[in-house]
Design a protein around this ligand. Structure first.
Ligand SMILES: Nc1ncnc2c1ncn2[C@@H]1O[C@H](COP(=O)(O)OP(=O)(O)OP(=O)(O)O)[C@@H](O)[C@H]1O
Length: 276
């Protein structure tokens, strides 16, 4: 079911800032990817991050979660700058964040239950038996059937792999979930199911979600706000209807091209048919 009411949160319901990116610069050799980029993520929202290929969406995600050291600029996660923290405190902050990388990044030699159990054993210090028990709960939470627990990644469909990757990202009960193109490569029905799952989990677990995507349907059905990366910055970050009217060639082509119009029409048709 489409959750159209999430597209227009009341301004008073917007949470406080959980991620604050200020004047971020990322440069690889002579290539400047981000130049003085600013972005905020607010508690409880699903923020879609879009932009042309190579505009640095994945680099931004990796920088925020501490996997890429920025050339300059500040990033505050839950109000603190990771670089100011001791290794131990930094590791504790990082555990409040879950990441689903492109491709799911599962260990191919482990079955799903063992994959999800890894962070529970390594970071939460659970016994193997307890970790397996909790791993099966996490797998069920993402909509996988019980028999999936003993399957290996090679035995699964793309959609199941994404769900298993999500179960692992949720293993340590994170407050913020980062998703890098979660519906890429999925058939439309699996992709729609995954979109719905993201909204359901956000509502049920009170998550905040940073979602990198190219998928217009995902933007229309799941995101509260959309941030557009263009010209090495976040050009605009706002509700979709406002972003779509921004005067920028890439934005106009993206949202008002044939695919953008089709996605908008589908959502409008659903909301006319008795959705909230
Ligand atoms: N570690 C690195 N070393 C050198 N260049 C890098 C590194 N990481 C990323 N880049 C470059 O930074 C640019 C942005 O990459 P990034 O993967 O963030 O783009 P993207 O917006 O996610 O693209 P896509 O939509 O195609 O996935 C690319 O040109 C990439 O080659």
């Amino acid at each position: 079911m489409l959750r159209h009411h999430h597209l227009e949160p009341h301004p008073d319901s917007l949470g406080k800032t959980v991620i604050e990116v200020r004047q971020l610069c990322n440069q690889f050799g002579a290539q400047v990817v981000h130049d003085q980029l600013d972005l905020d993520l607010r508690t409880g929202e699903i923020l879609g991050v879009v932009g042309g290929s190579g505009t640095g969406k994945t680099v931004l995600l990796r920088t925020i979660v501490g996997l890429n050291k920025p050339t300059s600029g500040q990033i505050r996660l839950f109000g603190t700058n990771l670089e100011d923290l001791s290794a131990e405190k930094r590791s504790r902050v990082k555990q409040r964040v879950g990441v689903l990388f492109q491709g799911g990044a599962l260990f191919t030699s482990l079955n799903l239950q063992d994959n999800v159990a890894v962070p529970l054993i390594e970071h939460a210090g659970l016994t193997r038996a307890d970790a397996h028990h909790l791993a099966r709960i996490k797998l069920a939470l993402t909509g996988l059937p019980p028999d999936a627990a003993r399957k290996y990644p090679s035995e699964l469909s793309g959609g199941m792999i994404k769900r298993a990757g999500l179960a692992r990202a949720l293993a340590l009960d994170p407050e913020i979930l980062f998703l890098d193109e979660p519906t890429a490569g999925l058939d439309p029905i699996s992709a729609a199911g995954f979109d719905e799952l993201i909204v359901t989990l956000r509502d049920a677990l009170g998550l905040t979600v940073f979602l990198v995507t190219h998928d217009l349907d995902t933007l229309y059905t799941t995101c509260d706000r959309v941030a557009v990366l263009s010209q090495k910055k976040v050009l605009v970050a706002d509700q979709l209807k406002k972003v779509a009217t921004t005067d920028d060639p890439w934005i106009q082509q993206y949202f008002n091209g044939p695919r953008g119009r089709a996605a908008a029409t589908t959502v409008a048709a659903h909301s006319e048919h008795g959705q909230e």
